[in-house]
Design a protein around this ligand. Structure first.
Ligand SMILES: Cc1cc2nc3c(=O)[nH]c(=O)nc-3n(C[C@H](O)[C@H](O)[C@H](O)COP(=O)(O)OP(=O)(O)OC[C@H]3O[C@@H](n4cnc5c(N)ncnc54)[C@H](O)[C@@H]3O)c2cc1C
Ligand code: FES
Ligand code: FES
Length: 463
């Protein structure tokens, strides 16, 4: 049984299975068909809904998410807003009215998703600029209207006194008192401590660990995979800790990419902020975690190259022990890692030196919401005009994320202005990237050499 707030009251419902998505629950169980299914894989935004939770200061936090990738079990203890909750009788919500006034909808299939993405943005930032609107809507596709009227409608709608503002006090009260169920759905565990998580991993070695679910849930929705036991990290406070002290970052495995992006902005870590602007969409970043991004061991993941270039360490926990593993030693082969079946990643640590040159570049076919063909992260310091401590992390260039060791050795203690593209290409020739629809091996080698050359010959300090 899950308990959640919707449209002014607390509701309780049974769910069908541990992999039933929030979208399936809304459309098939609740017959709320305003939320649309386009791709069922996180790409189109038609299924966007808003989740509301309380942050550490008991302030309401509105986040847009793809309901097609979220197990409905994770709705337990949260508030949910779908398009059906916006109008009150004939009185449209200001965003709905603005979409009409500025001609922001034609066939209307994408409209609920756009409006819900916009609602989350306007509740968090009442007067967003065009850049913020662009970022918030980057995960929503419209095939008929064109984006200018949609952006105009979002810019001009005034949501400061909408019905959710009026419901605020009762919503805070409901969220404080919502009874969170420990295991709301059969085969879906939500432990609240790291110790309990490790015990469950020991008890169910074949279980699947789920953090944001933006990667693993595709196996359920696209691959129709079923699993007896899912264990969620979402309710474990220790895995949500994020600290930055004197450039040393300690990030809990369940910290969302949205939070990490906010911290990168605050800490002036431009390369990480830029990386996360190009990472999937706002809806995905709201759910996706750093632990899941490393745990999936994707050879084309964007964060691993940067973390390799920062010499990140992982803390791994099991019932028996806690151990530290360098990220470089974690990836053993294609989707194969040093993680034992009873272990979990609990923390990720890295250090950002003041004055270091840290650059990241993602090469993909689209700017928004696309997967990398190649990702390059470069990290070095300049001492009297020569390169020191060169570290280059690569994605899309091998079966795992890798360090470009031959390039690192070749250009240590070298004046970057003397480095040629040919020298970099030659040092990269040991790598044998695959050819696929994102790029041929030859393309990947060529573009990778060019990006590294650009990174080594850039002058400004970016960290
Ligand atoms: C539309 C779309 C766009 C995407 N775009 C990008 C992109 O631009 N760049 C990119 O890099 N990725 C992208 N991804 C992939 C994915 O969203 C990210 O890799 C994300 O960071 C995964 O995090 P998660 O918490 O959702 O992982 P989950 O799906 O929860 O887990 C992923 C894997 O890691 C394991 N895992 C989770 N937590 C832990 C833990 N604490 N310890 C050990 N193992 C763990 C899980 O068992 C699972 O095997 C995209 C995905 C989608 C659907
Ligand atoms: S249905 Fe396309 S993102 Fe969910
Ligand atoms: S209005 Fe038709 S897809 Fe956007």
């Amino acid at each position: 049984m899950i308990s959640y707030w919707k449209n002014g009251s607390v509701q309780q419902d049974r769910t069908l299975s541990n992999t039933q998505t929030l979208l399936e629950f809304l459309r098939d169980t609740k017959r709320l068909t305003g939320t649309k299914e386009g791709c069922a894989s996180g790409d189109c935004g038609a299924c966007t809904v808003v989740l509301v939770t309380l942050d550490a200061d008991e302030k309401l936090c509105y986040e847009a998410v793809n309901s097609c990738l979220m197990p409905v079990a994770e709705l337990d203890g949260k508030a949910l807003i779908t398009v059906e909750d916006l109008a009150q009788g004939d009185q449209l919500h200001p965003l709905q009215q603005a979409f009409i006034d500025y001609h922001a909808s034609q066939c209307g299939f994408c409209t609920p998703g756009f409006i819900l993405s916009a609602l989350a943005l306007k509740k968090q930032h009442p007067s967003p600029d065009i850049e913020a609107i662009d970022e918030a809507l980057g995960g929503n596709l419209c095939r008929c209207t064109g984006y200018s009227p949609i952006i105009k409608a979002v810019l001009l709608a005034d949501c400061t006194n909408d019905r959710f503002t009026q419901l605020e006090a009762s919503l805070v009260d409901s969220l404080k008192h919502l009874n969170r169920n420990d295991d709301p759905v059969t085969g879906f565990h939500q432990p609240s401590t790291l110790e309990a998580l490790c015990c469950l991993k020991a008890e169910y070695p074949e279980s699947v660990l789920l953090s944001g679910g933006t990667d693993w849930m595709l196996r359920a929705t696209q691959g129709l995979e079923r699993v007896e036991t899912l264990i969620s990290t979402e309710k474990i406070a220790a895995l949500h800790q994020l600290t930055v002290e004197q450039g040393c970052w300690s990030v809990g495995a369940a910290v969302s990419l949205t939070r990490i992006k906010e911290q990168a902005k605050v800490s002036g870590f431009a390369a990480l902020d830029q990386l996360l602007s190009r990472f999937a969409s706002q809806q995905i970043r709201n759910r996706a975690t750093l632990g899941g991004s490393i745990g999936n061991a994707s050879p084309i993941g964007d964060l691993a190259p940067l973390l390799l270039a920062l010499q990140a360490d992982l803390t791994l926990n099991s019932v028996q022990q806690e151990r530290t593993v360098a990220l470089e030693d974690f990836f053993l082969g294609y989707k194969h890692t040093a993680l034992q079946s009873n272990e979990v990643i609990s923390q990720i640590h890295f250090r950002v030196e003041e004055g270091a040159h840290i650059y990241f570049e993602k090469v993909s076919k689209r700017i928004d919401d696309d997967i990398s063909a190649v990702a390059v992260a470069t990290h070095y310091t300049l001492d009297e005009g020569r390169i020191h401590g060169l570290l280059i992390g690569l994605g899309g260039m091998a079966a795992t994320p890798v360090l470009a060791k031959d390039v690192m050795t070749a250009f240590e203690d070298v004046d970057p202005t003397t480095i040629t593209l040919e020298q970099i290409s030659s040092a990269l020739s040991e790598l044998t990237p695959m050819s696929d629809l994102r790029g041929s091996a030859e393309y990947r080698l060529t573009v990778c050499a060019r990006v590294i050359h650009h990174h080594l010959t850039r002058a400004e300090v970016s960290a």
